[in-house]
Design a protein around this ligand. Sequence first.
Ligand code: GLU
Length: 271
Amino acid sequence: MKKLWRIVALVAFAFLATACTSSAASQQDIAERIDSEAYPVITWGVKVDTNLFGKYNIAENRIEGFDIDMAKEITNRVGGENAEAEFVEVTSKTRIPLLKNGNVDALIATMTITEDRLKQVDFSQVYFDAGQALMVPEDSDIEGVESLTSEHTVLAVKGSTSAQRIKEAAPDANVLELENYAEAFTALKSGQGDTMTTDNAILLGIMEQNPGYKIAGSTFTNEPYGIAINKGQDAFLNEVNQAIDDMVADGTYQEIYAKWFGDDTESSIAE
Ligand code: GLU
């Protein structure tokens, strides 16, 4: 019995210790912490199942994508050449809680800046422009969001703007929400839905690795991506914005953009 109490006490202590660390972490001034360390680490919440933005490469044992390269570059510009970017997996549903708990310093995770989200977190300036679209099997007769009726099931991801906005754009259609994009695509492949919806750039990333699918119609929302940072971290937010400005000005932004999206596509944020 005594042993059991000891275990209970230990578990309770561990829980309290974690709770304290994370609330202390979320209150700490990130810019001050970075300045005070010789080898600063900036922890980024990133996607790991999203080709072109954040995708785990098993053979190389690393996460790769546009968001990842942006995070690495911003880390060195904000923290100096000794700074290191560390990556933590997030999904559309877990990212805001993980940021607010202090598990990550920032989110760079295909995340649209919205009024609702701005009530909870701050955002950097826009670093990528996307728009919501539908992806269907090549032989589908769905021609766009206007084709969707109560006969159709649309696959979306929990916590995404796509899941919300499809309900407004196609109010009659059924929406099935999955945990992440890998699961949503598996559901599409196995016929659990007629179409999958999210940002065009994410869908293009899936199509690049999976022939037999196409985009149906055109984009029907604007999805400007921003880097999310906790409220009250103004110095860090300013440094991140300055880093993006500098990357656009010296061409680094366009280089990273071209690496992932091709030389012939020009980002609307870098004129
Ligand atoms: N950009 C959209 C969003 O922030 C969809 C992509 C995602 O789920 O991350 O919700």
